[in-house]
Design a protein around this ligand. Structure first.
Ligand code: DGP
Length: 115
């Protein structure tokens, strides 16, 4: 059940995390294994397992993940230099935690295409 992932526990305050933003619907916290000087994960409190499991009713919520990432990029001071947002989905996408999350990576030039 997606409610039982570590991210569900972080969203419910049952596991500690370095939280940088929270509201009624979203939580953002620093990744334990950062791939850039700033690596933040933005998640909905609603336990959606993967992007495949999001429905039309989640459209606004998913839009808000991106808007929160842009706001955090401003707060972290790299919005103008640039940054990357990523959603990994299932095995080939490299998803390891099955609670939908948006990666925000910034603070250095990022290579493209990714490996
Ligand atoms: P993904 O591969 O897209 O499912 O990304 C999962 C990310 O979550 C990965 O970068 C490591 C991070 N992560 C895993 N467990 C924890 C945790 O307990 N706390 C935090 N802050 N990050 C975690």
């Amino acid at each position: 059940m997606p409610e039982d992932t570590v991210f569900g526990k972080i969203a419910r305050g049952e596991l500690p995390a370095d939280i940088v933003y929270a509201d009624d619907d979203l939580v953002a916290f620093r990744d334990l294994s950062p791939q850039a000087p700033t690596h933040v994960l933005v998640i909905p409190r609603k336990p959606i397992a993967t992007l495949n499991d999001a429905g039309p009713e989640d459209a606004e919520l998913i839009g808000r993940l991106f808007l929160a990432a842009a706001k955090i990029a401003q707060q972290e001071g790299f919005a103008e230099d640039g940054y990357r947002t990523v959603v990994n989905c299932n095995a080939n996408g490299g998803q390891t935690v099955f609670h939908l999350h948006l990666h925000l990576l910034g603070g250095r030039p990022l290579h493209w295409p990714p490996g």
